[in-house]
Design a protein around this ligand. Structure first.
Ligand code: ATP
Length: 309
C-alpha cells in the first residue's frame, strides 16, 4: 500500500477501459512521481482523456488497478477529488453565474470558508490576468478568458495534483506562455502536474517525463531528451522533392547508414551523431530543411504520419 512517503503519487497497473466493444485504454502501466510534470502524449483517440478521466474518478475502470495518493480510485473518489485541481478539455463553466460566482460555488465543493474562498478567487483571477472580471457573465468572456478562468477555478482548493487535459488548446501565444509559466511556478512549489497533450512543444517545455499513447496502449516512456535520442537522434534533414527526382535522392541515401523515411513529397533523414549531416550529404533538391530532432519526430515516427482517429 502506498502512503504519503512514497515517491509515486499516481500508479496505474494493467489499466483497461472499454466502451462496449471499443477498448479505449488497453492494459497500460504507468507511475507518476510526486512533484513531477508527467504527460500523456498521443494523437486523437489514443486514450489520453479516458486515462485522465479514470484518474479523476469520472470514469470507472473496466479492469486493472489505479491509485492516487495511495488510495484506490474504486471507493475513494471523495478523498481523491479533494486533492485534485482539474482543467478538463471542454469548457464547463456555469453560464448562469458570473465569473466570481463560478469560483465561489466551486469552492463550496471543498468546504472552503467564504472569506478564504473570496481571497483565493481574487488571487486566482490575478494569476490568470482576469482582474476586473469578477462580475462579468461567462458568455461575455472570450474563449481564451474562459479557459484561463477554468485554470483559476482549478486552483481554488490549492490542489496537490493538477490535472490538465489539453490545457492550452485554443489559447493565443501570450495566454499559452502565461499558462506554461504558471504551471512551472506551481510545480516549483511542489504541485504534481499531469497533463494530456498533442502539442509537442508543450510537452517538451513542461514535462519531466512522458508516455506516448497510441490506440489505447503506451508505446514508450521517458524524458523528452531520452525519447528524442532514442527515436529520432540528433538532427533531421527534410528533403522536399519532385516525384521524378526522388529515386535519385533515395538511392544516394541508401548508400549511407542513415535512417530514412519516405513520406509523400518529403524524405526525412535522421542522424544520431549530429553536426555532420549537412556536410556529409550533397543532395540536389528543390528545398532542404536542416534542423534539430524534436519530440514531434518521436511522435510521428511512433504513431505514424497518417491521419489518426
Ligand atoms: P483526443 O486527443 O482526440 O481528445 P484522446 O487520446 O483523449 O483523444 P479519448 O478521448 O480517450 O482519446 O478516446 C479514446 C477512444 O475512446 C476513442 O476511440 C473515443 O472515440 C472513445 N471514447 C471516448 N469516450 C467515449 C465514450 N464516453 N463512449 C464511447 N466511446 C468513447
Amino acid at each position: 500500500m502506498l502512503n504519503d512517503l512514497s515517491s509515486s503519487i499516481i500508479q496505474g497497473t494493467g489499466l483497461v477501459k472499454k466502451y462496449k466493444k471499443l477498448v479505449a485504454v488497453d492494459h497500460i502501466d504507468f507511475t507518476i512521481e510526486r512533484q513531477e510534470c508527467f504527460a500523456f502524449l498521443g494523437p486523437n483517440g489514443a486514450g489520453k482523456t479516458t486515462t485522465i478521466r479514470m484518474i479523476c474518478c469520472y470514469a470507472p475502470l473496466t479492469s486493472g488497478k489505479l491509485t492516487v495518493d495511495g488510495k484506490d480510485v474504486s471507493g475513494n473518489c471523495r478523498e481523491i477529488k479533494r486533492i485534485l485541481g482539474i482543467v478538463p478539455q471542454e469548457t464547463n463553466l456555469d453560464p448562469d453565474l458570473t465569473v466570481g460566482q463560478n469560483l465561489l460555488v466551486y469552492s463550496r465543493y471543498f468546504d472552503i470558508p467564504g472569506n478564504i474562498a473570496v481571497e483565493r478567487a481574487t488571487e486566482a483571477l490575478e494569476t490568470f490576468q482576469l482582474v476586473g472580471r469578477w462580475n462579468n457573465r461567462i458568455d461575455s468572456l472570450s474563449g481564451g478568458m474562459k479557459r484561463r478562468l477554468i485554470f483559476a477555478r482549478a486552483l481554488i482548493n490549492q490542489p496537490r495534483i493538477l490535472i490538465l487535459d489539453e490545457p492550452t488548446t485554443g489559447l493565443d501565444p501570450q495566454a499559452k506562455h502565461l499558462v506554461w509559466q504558471k504551471i512551472r511556478y506551481l510545480k516549483d512549489r511542489g504541485t504534481t502536474i499531469v497533463l494530456s497533450t498533442q502539442n509537442m512543444e508543450e510537452a517538451a517545455h513542461l514535462c519531466d517525463r512522458l508516455v506516448v499513447m497510441h490506440q489505447g496502449k503506451i508505446l514508450t516512456q521517458g524524458t523528452p531528451t531520452e525519447l528524442i535520442d532514442r527515436y529520432a537522434g540528433k538532427e533531421v534533414l527534410e528533403i522536399y522533392s519532385k516525384p521524378e527526382n526522388k529515386p535519385a535522392v533515395l538511392s544516394q541515401l541508401l548508400d549511407t547508414e542513415l535512417e530514412v523515411e519516405d513520406v509523400g513529397d518529403t524524405i526525412f533523414v535522421f542522424s544520431r551523431d549530429g553536426g555532420t549531416l549537412r556536410q556529409r550529404l550533397n543532395i540536389n533538391s528543390e528545398k532542404i530543411v536542416y534542423r534539430q530532432a524534436t519530440l514531434e519526430d518521436v511522435f510521428l515516427r511512433l504513431t505514424g504520419r497518417g491521419l489518426q482517429e
